[in-house]
Design a protein. Structure first.
Length: 272
């Protein structure tokens, strides 16, 4: 009996690549373009939306539907800052996908694991399940498809302390991230510019009234690109103003992305 291409591979990573190649060759370029356009994960700047859409794209490519795993119900605990910082590196190298203009969003997401949402009235809610080291793609999709019953109310007396704890942990992660990047050879203009921008990033603050001039006027500077050959460099693009928001404001943005907590009852038509 002839062996298939997959059976020639013993390495799991090589097997996955081979399966993906065979699968994609079975689709037309038009279908793949339409799928990419539908989920457009590359255009998402927020981590939860980016991860969710990319996973939905992968599921569509595999012709599978999402089945949420079973999670344990344990109280949320912050992970060690070293473990959180590991998310920003891949095989010892900085993961530039997470260290761009919206790095503070990625830090907040990895710190809270997306388990807290807050509305404009400062009503804080916590997700009722534990991530249990689940893959970030699967976890983000689980959160995106959660229901109101999955979110429990944090008592108003505890809300302020919880926001402060999140803020302190985010600042600890930012500090440790900078220290680790100082020990990594940053080759290339983009990585050097990224590190400079990260050094200028203002610290996390709990609420909007705590923001400073640095938060409101923060600018992201771009690297200079080579002209080619020995012709030197192009002039760097103008820096972009990127206001940085408080932890509460970012949790409000997250709350607005998640499924609504309101139970809307269908109104019956008025009989004449």
């Amino acid at each position: 009996m002839k062996q298939t291409l997959i059976e020639h591979f013993n390495n799991d990573h090589e097997t996955k690549i081979a399966k993906k190649k065979i699968r994609e060759e079975g689709f037309s370029d038009h279908f793949l373009d339409e799928l990419t356009k539908k989920y457009n994960w590359c255009e998402e700047v927020y981590p939860y939306a980016h991860l969710h859409k990319y996973y939905m794209y992968k599921l569509a490519l595999d012709e599978r539907s999402f089945v949420p795993p079973v999670f344990s119900k344990e109280p949320f605990e912050f992970r060690d800052s070293v473990e959180i910082v590991d998310n920003f590196f891949h095989k010892g190298k900085p993961n530039t996908k997470y260290l761009g203009e919206y790095v503070e969003q990625w830090i907040l997401f990895f710190v809270t694991e997306g388990q807290f949402r807050c509305n404009h009235n400062k009503v804080l809610r916590e997700f009722g399940k534990n991530r249990d080291n689940t893959n970030w793609l699967v976890w983000s999709t689980t959160l995106a498809q959660s229901t109101a019953a999955n979110w429990r109310l944090v008592h108003s007396d505890m809300m302020y302390n919880q926001i402060i704890d999140i803020t302190d942990t985010c600042n600890a992660v930012l500090s440790r991230l900078l220290k680790r990047l100082r020990r990594v050879p940053l080759t290339g203009a983009y990585l050097r510019a990224m590190f400079t921008n990260l050094q200028n990033l203002p610290e996390f603050v709990p609420f909007q009234q705590n923001r400073t001039h640095m938060h409101k006027e923060f600018r992201w500077y771009f690297e200079r690109l080579k002209k080619g050959g020995n012709s030197g460099y192009h002039k760097a693009a103008k820096p972009v103003r990127l206001s940085k928001h408080s932890v509460h404001a970012m949790l409000v943005e997250y709350d607005e992305w998640l499924p609504s907590l309101r139970k809307r009852s269908k109104t019956k038509p008025v009989s004449k």
